[in-house]
Design a protein around this ligand. Structure first.
Ligand SMILES: Nc1ncnc2c1ncn2[C@@H]1O[C@H](COP(=O)(O)OP(=O)(O)OP(=O)(O)O)[C@@H](O)[C@H]1O
Length: 261
């Protein structure tokens, strides 16, 4: 089987600040990669490179053997922790608007048959994420979990092959998070998605992922903290981890995790 994504010697730096250093890895279709690491080590930057909104400073990322498009496309959907929706539109209208932007670009207006079709697609995807009872609600009437269900519906609308999740459940209560985990696992199976998910919760990373990456710096210069960037220091197939390794990773990411939450 050919790899879906190849990351080849990728570096990212802003001015003298090296964020990511010489990342190389390969990902196959259907993998669920969870990314953990201290705050600011470059996890979101990496996700944005996969999305196409950030370019590597050096190296390249290939998708199906070709350089990844440097514009977000419908093959990649993303969900952030903080999601912004149009406050004056209902749940259904928000999803239809996304469909409109995908089809028409910035004007976003659909008419006639296309509008009817968009409505059907939006309703069906909202059913899948469990929001069929809330089609006519406005964003301010939604709970945190419902907002993230809406965000997931928007991300799935373009029928992406790759789903990028940037701490999507960080702000949710544990019970709601558990519901969201089941939802995401079900959707991944149904839509055969390849997923990259940033989380600060190591347990969540191990529960959801088929493979867990730890981002950390391999070398540190205390005189010049920005001199070196993070790499993938652990790449662990989930299910093959012994408790001692779990503790080691937990210790590595814990101090900043506590500050970040
Ligand atoms: N456009 C930018 N210009 C300059 N520096 C940037 C830019 N975007 C990100 N950075 C810096 O890159 C570093 C990595 O940021 P990133 O958001 O990728 O980290 P992260 O690991 O996702 O952090 P967190 O876990 O806190 O979300 C940070 O120091 C950030 O300030």
């Amino acid at each position: 089987m050919n790899p879906m994504i190849e990351v080849k010697n990728v570096w990212k730096q802003y001015g003298d600040n090296v964020i990511l250093e010489n990342l190389s890895t390969t990902v196959y279709e259907g993998e669920f990669i969870t990314l953990v690491g201290t705050s600011g080590c470059g996890k979101s930057t990496f996700l944005n490179m996969l999305l196409g909104t950030v370019n590597p400073s050096k190296g390249e990322i290939l998708l199906d053997g070709k350089p990844i498009s440097d514009e977000p496309g419908p093959d990649r959907g993303i969900v952030f922790q903080q999601y912004s929706v149009f406050p004056h539109m209902t749940v259904l209208e928000n999803v239809m608007a996304t469909k409109g932007f995908q089809a028409k670009g910035i004007t976003g207006y659909l008419f006639g048959k296309k509008k009817q079709q968009a409505k059907q697609e939006a309703t069906s995807i909202l059913e899948k994420v469990g929001l069929d009872h809330a089609l006519n609600k406005y964003p301010h009437e939604l709970s945190g979990g419902m907002k993230q269900r809406l965000a997931i519906a928007q991300a799935l609308l373009g029928k992406p092959r790759i789903l990028l999740l940037d701490e999507p459940f960080g702000a949710l209560d544990p019970g709601i998070r558990a519901d969201m985990h089941e939802l995401v696992l079900g959707l991944c199976k149904e839509h055969k998605l390849t997923v990259f998910m940033v989380t600060h919760d190591l347990k969540e990373g191990f529960y959801l992922g088929t493979r867990l990456w730890v981002f950390d710096k391999l070398r540190v210069d205390h005189q010049a903290p920005n001199r070196y960037g993070a790499s993938i220091t652990y790449d662990i197939p989930v299910g093959q981890t012994d408790p001692a390794l779990y503790e080691t990773i937990d210790d590595e990411i814990r101090p900043i995790t506590a500050n970040a939450s």
